[in-house]
Design a protein around this ligand. Sequence first.
Ligand SMILES: [Zn+2]
Length: 244
Amino acid sequence: MLIDTHCHLADTRLSDTVDTLLANARAAGVCRWIVPTARCEEWPRLSLLANTHAGIQPAYGIHPWYCAQPTPDQRTWLKHLSTAVAVGECGLDLGAQGPPLTRQLEVFRHQLALARQLDLPVIIHAHKALDLVLKELRKIPVQGVIHAFAGSSQQAEQCLKLGLKLGIGMRIRQRRALRWRETVRALPLHALLLETDAPDGLPHAQNEPARLLDVARELAMLRHMDTSALIDACNHNARQLFRL
Ligand SMILES: [Zn+2]
């Protein structure tokens, strides 16, 4: 059994296909899904999915790309987070798609404060902004995962010092990312989480949670491990972080 620790099943792009995707995932042994949200427009759909499909574990948050819009009031946040396994997806993005950094920081800090207040882990997006994210986490320490970890070995070390997990996804299939693969190979087993980031994560196709086994196999091969031992360890890490 595998746990996809990051897939956007409440994304509107999947609204017509989610049942098929879940059936495909189950057939591939992926039976539990941590589902973060990028925008608060997805929240009602996610709570419906979580109430009607066993194995869907919701996380509510606002992704940095969408933080320019007004954010929900505190009551709405608390109502949704009362059923959540995490706050997220939240974070910082210094690529072209992010709104001004001051606004990103404001919305990210609010979500970190909520996570701390409610004792929930955070699911973090850090694109070209990992050092800045770590700086914020030193001020507001919380448990969490750096989703789609793409950093250096020095950055990995800083993440580990803060007790963070590192999400490994489809990037593991890029055999040419030599230095990054070497970093991932050397990470301690207790830090690893498996994720697809579906429907994103593949350059030219729609991704889906059934592909998680590809990630597990490739990561196990890189680390010279048995795939089922790797999956067991990553499941243990996911259960511990999200208290499943
Ligand atoms: Zn995501």
